[in-house]
Design a protein around this ligand. Sequence first.
Ligand code: ACO
Length: 379
Amino acid sequence: MTTSDIARGLEGVNVTATRLCRIDGLKGELVYSGYDIFDLAEHSTFEEVAFLLWNQRLPSSEELAGLQSKLLAERSLDPIIERLLRELHTLVRPMRTLEIAVEVLGAIDRNSSDLTNAQLKQTAARLTAKMATVIAAYHRIRQGLPVVEPRDDLGHSANFLYMLTGREPNALEARTFDVAMVLHAEHEMNASTFSAIVTASTLSDMYSAIASAIGTLKGPLHGGANEAVYKIVDAIGEEQNIASYVEAMLARGERVMGIGHRVYKTTDPRAIILERLGHEVAKQSPDRKYFDLSLKLRDYLAKKLEGKPLYPNVDFFSASVYKMLGIPADLYTPIFAISRITGWTAHLLEQYGDNRLVRPNAVYEGADNRAYEPIEERS
Ligand code: ACO
């Protein structure tokens, strides 16, 4: 074996088979268990997509109602998590808070080490409900506001916005956020999903696998890019600054966040859908400046990067859409996580159902055949 045998970044390596998601990066296609993302964004809800990912088929009305009740039953904020959030909120940013909270949820779940399919599905629903509650409560507590109790009459996405702001979202806000949740739910073998799979492959429990995934999603080359896009657009400030800002970034060898993708070599279909949604939301938003500036930035980059396979990815427009919904920038990546929990747990159901320890090799390129030197003889 030589270093030329290494697949850097595991690019092009198939690590497993899946029935959850297919991506065609050249055509810009994203399909969840046979359903095109454009159809799901138009017709489905987040709860339906969660069912689809956990069962590889769309639910009947009864099945959907059953899942909704399961999520409702898990929506409350556990007292120990509330205490934790009150302790941590001044010290710890939201993604790490979520990572810690997930491990604590595992610690208080007597069934956490039960890896049967039925229990794992229960845990998947529990985490999906509770992670949304944790982020909403964290935001309320850090603002010095009372935690908002979940409402039984709202869907998962509308209830999250309600718990976050204390105000029931209007129909367009609720639908926009729900579509964003659908778009972020699953994306084949991305870095955070792989991280979850590696942890689960040791037969560690689902909570620890999800904590690993959250830690991986946090990075700016992955889910952290949406917050980073916001910072770039914020720093640009006005249209006339786009060229000088971008030129300076590229001259420093920096990447423009929200642009480029390991798999897509055309525009990410999720960015297309988010841009369309953005136009709808902008019509009623008092705060459309970031969205308008993002459109100008996208147009500038299209010319600047012409000929290179660098196009907007999902994070490019999610930032300005969330901004128009009044969501603070440091919650953009946690929001990614509270959607992706469905895809992560779906992959974990597959992994636990047909496990093999993930243990690749490394090509050794260090020194060999060295004589051990006593410490006093080392220079
Ligand atoms: N801005 C400027 N140049 C870029 C960018 C970018 N955003 N992305 C890639 N490039 C350039 C690289 O510098 C490299 O140029 P070179 O060949 O002249 O050295 C070339 O494009 C290929 O880059 P790679 O690093 O080989 O591509 P890779 O597949 O590893 O990168 C990645 C994918 C990490 C997403 C990259 O495009 C990037 O850093 N984008 C910005 C971060 C981002 O938006 N991440 C979110 C991705 S979506 C998600 O995870 C949910």
